[in-house]
Write a protein that binds this ligand. Structure first.
Ligand SMILES: O=C(O)CCC(=O)C(=O)O
Ligand SMILES: [Fe+2]
Length: 252
Protein backbone atom coordinates (compact mmCIF):
# COMPACT_ATOMS: atom_id res chain seq x y z
CA UNK A 1 0.00 0.00 0.00
CA UNK A 2 1.18 3.52 -0.79
CA UNK A 3 1.69 5.59 2.31
CA UNK A 4 1.26 9.34 2.02
CA UNK A 5 3.76 11.09 4.32
CA UNK A 6 2.31 12.23 7.64
CA UNK A 7 5.42 13.83 9.16
CA UNK A 8 7.66 16.69 8.04
CA UNK A 9 11.42 16.28 8.56
CA UNK A 10 12.55 15.97 12.16
CA UNK A 11 15.51 14.83 14.21
CA UNK A 12 15.26 12.25 16.95
CA UNK A 13 18.79 11.22 17.77
CA UNK A 14 20.79 10.60 20.95
CA UNK A 15 20.30 14.13 22.26
CA UNK A 16 16.54 14.01 21.76
CA UNK A 17 16.31 10.52 23.26
CA UNK A 18 18.26 11.73 26.30
CA UNK A 19 15.87 14.63 26.78
CA UNK A 20 12.91 12.28 26.54
CA UNK A 21 14.56 10.03 29.17
CA UNK A 22 15.18 13.01 31.42
CA UNK A 23 11.81 14.75 31.05
CA UNK A 24 9.41 11.89 30.32
CA UNK A 25 7.99 13.66 27.29
CA UNK A 26 9.28 15.18 24.08
CA UNK A 27 7.65 17.82 21.89
CA UNK A 28 7.97 17.74 18.10
CA UNK A 29 6.45 21.07 16.99
CA UNK A 30 4.64 21.18 13.64
CA UNK A 31 5.63 17.63 12.77
CA UNK A 32 2.36 16.77 10.99
CA UNK A 33 2.16 17.62 7.30
CA UNK A 34 -0.61 19.93 6.11
CA UNK A 35 -2.16 16.97 4.32
CA UNK A 36 -2.18 14.87 7.49
CA UNK A 37 -3.72 17.73 9.47
CA UNK A 38 -6.53 18.08 6.94
CA UNK A 39 -7.23 14.35 6.88
CA UNK A 40 -7.01 14.03 10.66
CA UNK A 41 -9.41 16.91 11.20
CA UNK A 42 -11.89 15.21 8.88
CA UNK A 43 -11.53 11.84 10.60
CA UNK A 44 -11.69 13.29 14.09
CA UNK A 45 -14.77 15.38 13.21
CA UNK A 46 -16.39 12.21 11.94
CA UNK A 47 -15.56 10.34 15.16
CA UNK A 48 -17.00 13.21 17.18
CA UNK A 49 -20.21 13.19 15.12
CA UNK A 50 -20.97 9.52 15.77
CA UNK A 51 -20.45 9.59 19.53
CA UNK A 52 -24.02 10.62 20.49
CA UNK A 53 -26.08 7.49 21.01
CA UNK A 54 -23.12 5.20 20.36
CA UNK A 55 -22.80 1.62 21.57
CA UNK A 56 -21.72 1.40 25.19
CA UNK A 57 -18.45 -0.45 25.57
CA UNK A 58 -17.54 0.21 21.94
CA UNK A 59 -17.31 3.98 21.92
CA UNK A 60 -16.01 5.65 18.72
CA UNK A 61 -13.58 7.77 20.72
CA UNK A 62 -12.08 4.79 22.58
CA UNK A 63 -11.87 2.56 19.49
CA UNK A 64 -11.27 5.39 17.04
CA UNK A 65 -9.16 3.43 14.53
CA UNK A 66 -11.90 0.80 14.24
CA UNK A 67 -14.39 3.42 13.07
CA UNK A 68 -12.23 5.29 10.58
CA UNK A 69 -9.94 3.84 7.94
CA UNK A 70 -7.57 6.82 7.86
CA UNK A 71 -6.99 6.59 11.61
CA UNK A 72 -6.48 2.85 11.16
CA UNK A 73 -3.98 3.41 8.35
CA UNK A 74 -1.73 5.35 10.72
CA UNK A 75 -1.24 2.37 13.10
CA UNK A 76 1.25 0.63 10.74
CA UNK A 77 2.30 3.80 8.91
CA UNK A 78 6.10 3.55 8.32
CA UNK A 79 6.73 7.03 9.71
CA UNK A 80 4.67 6.32 12.82
CA UNK A 81 6.46 3.02 13.44
CA UNK A 82 9.86 4.59 12.81
CA UNK A 83 9.12 7.23 15.44
CA UNK A 84 7.86 4.65 17.96
CA UNK A 85 10.97 2.52 17.31
CA UNK A 86 13.29 5.49 17.72
CA UNK A 87 12.06 5.62 21.33
CA UNK A 88 11.22 2.01 22.17
CA UNK A 89 13.63 0.03 20.04
CA UNK A 90 12.92 -2.36 17.18
CA UNK A 91 10.38 -4.65 18.86
CA UNK A 92 7.07 -2.85 19.38
CA UNK A 93 3.34 -3.52 19.82
CA UNK A 94 0.28 -1.39 19.18
CA UNK A 95 -1.99 -0.72 22.16
CA UNK A 96 -4.68 1.85 21.44
CA UNK A 97 -5.93 4.69 19.27
CA UNK A 98 -8.19 7.11 21.13
CA UNK A 99 -9.62 10.42 19.95
CA UNK A 100 -9.15 13.21 22.50
CA UNK A 101 -11.21 15.96 20.90
CA UNK A 102 -12.04 18.72 23.35
CA UNK A 103 -14.84 21.05 22.26
CA UNK A 104 -15.27 24.53 23.80
CA UNK A 105 -16.27 24.10 27.45
CA UNK A 106 -14.61 20.68 27.78
CA UNK A 107 -13.32 20.24 31.33
CA UNK A 108 -9.87 18.86 30.50
CA UNK A 109 -8.52 16.07 32.68
CA UNK A 110 -7.04 15.96 36.18
CA UNK A 111 -3.52 14.90 37.01
CA UNK A 112 -2.89 11.22 36.43
CA UNK A 113 -0.38 8.67 35.18
CA UNK A 114 -0.72 5.31 33.45
CA UNK A 115 0.95 1.96 33.97
CA UNK A 116 3.13 -0.68 32.33
CA UNK A 117 5.96 -2.83 33.67
CA UNK A 118 6.32 -0.96 36.96
CA UNK A 119 9.00 -3.36 38.18
CA UNK A 120 11.20 -3.46 35.12
CA UNK A 121 12.31 -0.28 33.31
CA UNK A 122 13.61 -2.29 30.38
CA UNK A 123 10.03 -2.42 29.13
CA UNK A 124 8.52 0.89 28.14
CA UNK A 125 5.23 2.27 26.89
CA UNK A 126 4.70 5.55 25.06
CA UNK A 127 1.77 7.67 23.97
CA UNK A 128 2.13 9.54 20.71
CA UNK A 129 -0.23 12.53 20.84
CA UNK A 130 -1.19 14.31 17.62
CA UNK A 131 -2.25 17.85 18.53
CA UNK A 132 -3.72 18.57 15.12
CA UNK A 133 -4.65 22.21 15.76
CA UNK A 134 -2.34 22.77 18.74
CA UNK A 135 -3.36 24.44 22.01
CA UNK A 136 -2.58 27.28 24.40
CA UNK A 137 -1.58 26.52 27.99
CA UNK A 138 -4.89 27.81 29.37
CA UNK A 139 -7.10 26.33 26.64
CA UNK A 140 -7.08 22.55 26.51
CA UNK A 141 -3.36 22.63 27.30
CA UNK A 142 -1.26 19.62 28.23
CA UNK A 143 0.77 19.88 31.45
CA UNK A 144 3.45 17.48 32.62
CA UNK A 145 6.00 17.00 35.38
CA UNK A 146 9.49 16.40 33.96
CA UNK A 147 11.12 13.47 35.78
CA UNK A 148 7.89 12.11 37.27
CA UNK A 149 7.99 9.10 34.93
CA UNK A 150 11.18 7.87 36.59
CA UNK A 151 9.18 6.93 39.70
CA UNK A 152 7.17 4.49 37.56
CA UNK A 153 4.07 5.16 39.64
CA UNK A 154 0.96 4.16 37.66
CA UNK A 155 -1.45 5.66 40.19
CA UNK A 156 -0.69 9.37 40.39
CA UNK A 157 -3.93 11.32 40.91
CA UNK A 158 -4.67 14.94 41.83
CA UNK A 159 -7.58 17.25 41.04
CA UNK A 160 -5.57 20.48 40.94
CA UNK A 161 -1.99 21.72 40.59
CA UNK A 162 -2.08 22.67 44.26
CA UNK A 163 -3.23 19.20 45.29
CA UNK A 164 -0.45 17.64 43.21
CA UNK A 165 2.18 19.94 44.76
CA UNK A 166 0.96 19.27 48.27
CA UNK A 167 0.53 15.58 47.62
CA UNK A 168 2.52 13.43 45.24
CA UNK A 169 5.12 16.08 44.31
CA UNK A 170 5.89 17.08 47.85
CA UNK A 171 9.52 16.34 48.72
CA UNK A 172 10.21 14.57 45.42
CA UNK A 173 13.27 15.37 43.38
CA UNK A 174 14.32 14.41 39.90
CA UNK A 175 16.21 11.14 40.45
CA UNK A 176 18.98 12.18 38.06
CA UNK A 177 19.37 15.95 38.43
CA UNK A 178 18.33 16.15 42.09
CA UNK A 179 16.17 19.21 41.31
CA UNK A 180 12.71 19.40 42.91
CA UNK A 181 9.98 18.11 40.58
CA UNK A 182 7.92 20.89 39.04
CA UNK A 183 4.84 21.30 36.91
CA UNK A 184 5.46 22.33 33.32
CA UNK A 185 2.74 23.90 31.17
CA UNK A 186 2.92 23.59 27.40
CA UNK A 187 1.61 25.66 24.49
CA UNK A 188 2.09 24.11 21.06
CA UNK A 189 1.46 25.17 17.46
CA UNK A 190 -0.80 23.21 15.13
CA UNK A 191 0.55 19.91 13.85
CA UNK A 192 2.58 19.24 17.01
CA UNK A 193 3.29 15.68 18.11
CA UNK A 194 4.12 14.93 21.76
CA UNK A 195 5.76 11.70 22.90
CA UNK A 196 5.19 10.68 26.52
CA UNK A 197 6.30 7.78 28.70
CA UNK A 198 3.30 6.11 30.31
CA UNK A 199 4.32 6.82 33.93
CA UNK A 200 4.64 10.59 33.42
CA UNK A 201 2.28 12.72 35.51
CA UNK A 202 0.10 14.74 33.14
CA UNK A 203 -3.11 16.76 33.03
CA UNK A 204 -5.08 18.95 30.62
CA UNK A 205 -6.53 22.40 31.34
CA UNK A 206 -10.20 23.06 30.47
CA UNK A 207 -11.04 24.23 26.96
CA UNK A 208 -12.47 27.76 27.00
CA UNK A 209 -16.20 28.03 26.44
CA UNK A 210 -15.89 30.04 23.21
CA UNK A 211 -12.92 28.14 21.76
CA UNK A 212 -13.22 25.83 18.78
CA UNK A 213 -12.68 22.10 19.23
CA UNK A 214 -9.16 20.95 20.00
CA UNK A 215 -8.64 18.08 17.53
CA UNK A 216 -6.39 15.41 19.03
CA UNK A 217 -5.73 11.71 18.68
CA UNK A 218 -3.34 9.49 20.61
CA UNK A 219 -1.67 6.22 19.63
CA UNK A 220 -0.15 3.93 22.29
CA UNK A 221 2.81 1.62 21.56
CA UNK A 222 4.98 -0.45 23.89
CA UNK A 223 7.98 -2.69 23.99
CA UNK A 224 6.59 -6.19 24.59
CA UNK A 225 7.62 -8.43 27.46
CA UNK A 226 5.09 -7.57 30.14
CA UNK A 227 1.32 -7.70 30.44
CA UNK A 228 -0.03 -4.47 28.91
CA UNK A 229 -3.39 -4.89 30.67
CA UNK A 230 -6.63 -4.16 28.89
CA UNK A 231 -6.03 -3.00 25.35
CA UNK A 232 -8.83 -1.11 23.67
CA UNK A 233 -8.97 -3.41 20.68
CA UNK A 234 -11.92 -5.65 19.80
CA UNK A 235 -11.22 -9.35 19.13
CA UNK A 236 -12.06 -8.77 15.45
CA UNK A 237 -9.61 -5.90 15.14
CA UNK A 238 -6.96 -7.93 16.95
CA UNK A 239 -7.05 -10.41 14.06
CA UNK A 240 -5.89 -7.73 11.63
CA UNK A 241 -2.51 -8.20 10.08
CA UNK A 242 -0.45 -5.44 8.61
CA UNK A 243 1.92 -6.39 5.83
CA UNK A 244 5.51 -6.60 7.05
CA UNK A 245 4.33 -5.86 10.60
CA UNK A 246 2.77 -9.20 11.52
CA UNK A 247 3.62 -8.89 15.26
CA UNK A 248 2.23 -5.42 15.80
CA UNK A 249 -1.13 -6.56 17.17
CA UNK A 250 -0.01 -9.48 19.35
CA UNK A 251 0.31 -8.77 23.07
CA UNK A 252 3.79 -10.12 23.74
O1 LIG B 1 -6.21 15.12 26.03
C1 LIG B 1 -5.00 15.12 26.21
O2 LIG B 1 -4.26 15.99 25.73
C2 LIG B 1 -4.35 14.05 27.07
C3 LIG B 1 -5.25 12.91 27.39
C4 LIG B 1 -4.63 11.83 28.23
O3 LIG B 1 -4.35 12.03 29.37
C5 LIG B 1 -4.31 10.50 27.67
O4 LIG B 1 -4.73 10.19 26.55
O5 LIG B 1 -3.63 9.72 28.34
FE1 LIG C 1 -3.38 10.26 30.20
Amino acid sequence: MQHVPIFNDYIFGDREREKMEQDGHFVLPELLTDDARVRLTKSLSYIESIIPGCKEGYEPNRFAAEYDSYLESLIPHPQMLRLARQVLGEEIRYDHCVSLNRPGGNGGIHWHSHGYSEDDPRYGYIRIFFYVNGFEADDGGLKAVPGSHLYRDPKIHAATDEALREGWLSGKNHPETGEPLEIQTLSVPEGTVVLMWTHAAHAVTPRKQDSDTRWTVVYGYYKPGKDPGERWITPEFLKKTFKGEEDLMSSY
